[in-house]
Design a protein around this ligand. Structure first.
Ligand SMILES: Nc1ncnc2c1ncn2[C@@H]1O[C@H](COP(=O)(O)OP(=O)(O)O)[C@@H](O)[C@H]1O
Ligand SMILES: [Mg+2]
Length: 238
């Protein structure tokens, strides 16, 4: 028998343990004759400390999956749980707050702010959240070193190569030790050695910091580092 008290306990446990859960998620984009089913009845559970890879061809729905999982896009139907919170029931404001605090995104385009140095990009989210302290500054410098950008810490995006910008984006996403890390094709602008390093860093952070990580790619290089690999075809996960 389930009592309200045990429900609360279960919810609290899920909240502490983090993780990501998508149930029966469908996403339809566009309408009428041009409507596209970007996600077709997708279910996916990623436990804390687990590194899941999703491989699939261009147009199969990989970026859509991350947009929905990270609360950037509301699914047409289905539910998304992040760190024990059901995203689709939140207001836009609450969803944004949850995203800032619990979700790390590494986008295909690094989305760095033009006027900030690498180090400032990492510190900004904590500054906004009022959590900028010595620990945060130390962590920023450690992550910058981990992605091999120490000599670039004071550089702005236009002074960086495409690969350096992606590595800066990765370091920024790891800065808040997010419960859920969502990575979109991180290796596209990196050479083989650099992309293997980036993937290794993501795997390491996932296991050390108990992050639920999903990485989508068409590059099979990442498959060895992942705990589980799914294939995405026409919006369906298998
Ligand atoms: N804003 C949009 N409006 C209509 N269709 C879209 C939109 N964004 C993506 N799509 C379509 O949704 C499908 C999945 O796209 P996407 O998730 O970007 O795939 P992937 O990341 O695997 O390349 C594709 O058919 C794409 O053309
Ligand atoms: Mg994509």
């Amino acid at each position: 028998m389930t009592t309200p008290a045990s429900d609360n306990q279960a919810a609290a446990d899920t909240g502490r343990s983090g993780g990501l859960r998508l149930n029966d998620v469908t996403l339809t984009l566009g309408d009428g004759d041009t409507a596209v089913t970007a996600l077709d009845d997708v279910g996916l559970t990623v436990a804390p400390g687990e590194f899941v890879a999703v491989v699939g061809p261009s147009g199969s729905g990989k970026s859509s999956l991350l947009a929905v999982a990270g609360g950037l896009q509301r699914p047409t139907s289905g539910t998304v749980h992040i760190a024990g919170t059901e995203l689709t029931t939140l207001s836009d404001k609450e969803r944004t707050a949850t995203r800032l605090r619990h979700i790390g995104f590494v986008f295909q385009q690094s989305n760095l702010l033009a006027s900030l140095t690498v180090r400032e990009q990492l510190l900004l989210p904590l500054h906004i959240d009022g959590r900028l302290d010595t620990t945060a500054r130390t962590r920023a410098d450690e992550l910058i070193e981990a992605v091999g950008l120490t000599h670039r810490a004071g550089s702005r995006p236009h002074q960086l190569s495409g690969g350096e910008r992606q590595r800066a984006g990765l370091a920024r996403a790891l800065m808040t030790s997010p419960a859920v890390l969502l990575v979109d094709e991180p290796t596209s602008a990196l050479d083989r050695v650099r992309s293997a390093e980036a993937v290794r860093l993501i795997a390491e952070q996932t296991h050390e910091r108990n992050t639920a990580t999903v990485m989508v790619t068409h590059d099979t290089v990442i498959m060895d580092a992942a705990d589980r690999v799914y294939e995405m075809v026409d919006g369906r996960l298998s």
